[in-house]
Design a protein around this ligand. Sequence first.
Ligand SMILES: [Zn+2]
Ligand SMILES: [Zn+2]
Length: 363
Amino acid sequence: MTRTTPPRPVDIEAVFPALARHRRTTTRLHPRQGTAKPEDSSVAGPLLWPADEPWPVCTSVHPKAKGHLLSDVRLRRRVQDEARGRDFTDEERRLLDGMTRRRHVPGLCDEDPLPMLAVAQLYVRDVPDLVGPEGPDLLQVFWCPFEVHGPERSIDVELRWRRAADVGAVLAPQPEPPVAGREECVPTSCVLHPEQVVEHEYLGLLGEDLQDEIAEWEEDLLDEVDEVDDEGAYDSSPPANHATYEEYEAAMAAARAQEPEEIDYMSDLSIAPGWKAGGFASWHLTDPRPMGCPACGTPMPPLLTVATVECDGASRSWLPVEDRDAADDPRVIDPVGVYLGRGLMRIHTCPTDPTHPHRLSFQ
Ligand SMILES: [Zn+2]
Ligand SMILES: [Zn+2]
């Protein structure tokens, strides 16, 4: 099934033509749980990985005895998924209890190299906003599931670009780390439904005049909403006007449906939520941070955004049409189960030379 972002509630470039210069496309990936094939774009594999090529490993020392078994992480998610909306059965409780006691792999030392986790595989043909080096048409993303690398003590991400046509026999089975430092570093396998949408630059990175004009416009919109609310209050003197409470409630629901929605630039008109390739970076938790290339200084846009939620209350207008009836289903809202930073992790790459070292930013 495809996923379709509803049209933005306002054509913001018609209101502010200057925003046309701050427009960019992004490809929303719309991950949903499922198992892809190596020939597909996916989250958490399997990858189109050559049988004769070594799998990336992390050689850092980690407290691996304290890690969570990947098999337990997956089992826990499955049990929780199946028990949604009801209490756990005794059998499920027994399974979950067993997991908290099993926390290590016998014989695995802190110094042992750990296969990296296959996180995402994106074909350029599926993801138009994926910008990489000349030649390759496939990006493979890995990370180590322990978050204590380098001076920033963060997650370690590895990118591999390749030409799909160069891959002969595909490696099977594919390695994975037996343990993860934190459960929320482990992505659940997902198929993707890429969709290209338009974004506009983060509010705080627009010129000050434009920011002020947008703020003023938003306030006017709010006033309109308030006026309609007041009229609604005037009408709502019933139930005297209505024969029954049912009629009264129906009338109120109809009035609510006619109210203008609350629209704001940041939530509805600027940056799409969820996993995506390309587009703009949101800096809602920190001030905007320059992401210059470590090799040549060129400002680096986000290549890939890894998000905990595909959609929340504030970004509700981005919920795909196909998911409207499932807006509280965790498999729609948080299909991947990954939580990095405070909900967002971005991989930035150099537009001048995508093989220059990448950088990460978090929100
Ligand atoms: Zn590591
Ligand atoms: Zn560079």
